[in-house]
Design a protein around this ligand. Structure first.
Ligand code: RTP
Ligand code: MG
Length: 140
């Protein structure tokens, strides 16, 4: 498969920042061979989160998700690498940390005791269109 350099938006969610896992998550991103292009600690406001999660508006988990995401600072990272959009999603593991595969960020670092499903440590853009839209929102 030919090389395809992309950029994606990774967020270390408030649970990851509060649990001091930012360094461990960055370590895994760098160990995979991806590059950090830009990074910042940010307290997201309701407007940014509403834009970021527009596709989920109206779903049952939308309000708890937005309230969780504004409960503390997040680390936003512009990450570059070969097929990094899909690759980071694999590195993160599936949405629910309880069943995410060992070896993934969510599978290794997610807690399955007292965990709310939205507390899954990281976000990664899910397509080239999402990546472009989300990078513009968080790094404009
Ligand atoms: P993300 O967008 O954060 O990378 O996660 P994802 O693609 O794996 O999951 P998505 O379907 O986009 O959902 C966004 C976030 O909403 C929370 N969620 N809660 N059933 C539920 O209660 C539920 N489903 C999703 C999670 O925080 C998920 O990451
Ligand atoms: Mg998603």
């Amino acid at each position: 498969m030919s090389t395809q350099i992309e950029e994606t938006l990774v967020l270390v969610k408030p649970d990851g920042v509060a649990r001091n896992l930012t360094g461990e998550i960055l370590r895994r991103i760098e160990a995979k061979g991806y590059s950090l292009v830009d990074i910042k600690l940010i307290q997201a406001d309701r407007g940014l989160l509403a834009a970021h999660y527009a596709e989920h508006e109206g779903k049952p988990f939308y309000i708890p998700l937005v309230e969780f995401m504004e409960s503390g600072p997040v680390v936003a990272i512009r990450v570059a690498g070969n097929r990094v959009i899909e690759g980071f999603r694999v590195l993160a593991g599936t949405t629910d940390p309880t069943t995410a595969a060992p070896g993934t960020i969510r599978g290794d670092l997610g807690r399955d005791w007292g965990l709310k499903v939205q507390q899954n440590l990281v976000h990664g853009s899910d397509s080239p269109e999402s990546a472009a839209r989300e990078l513009e929102l968080w790094f404009k």
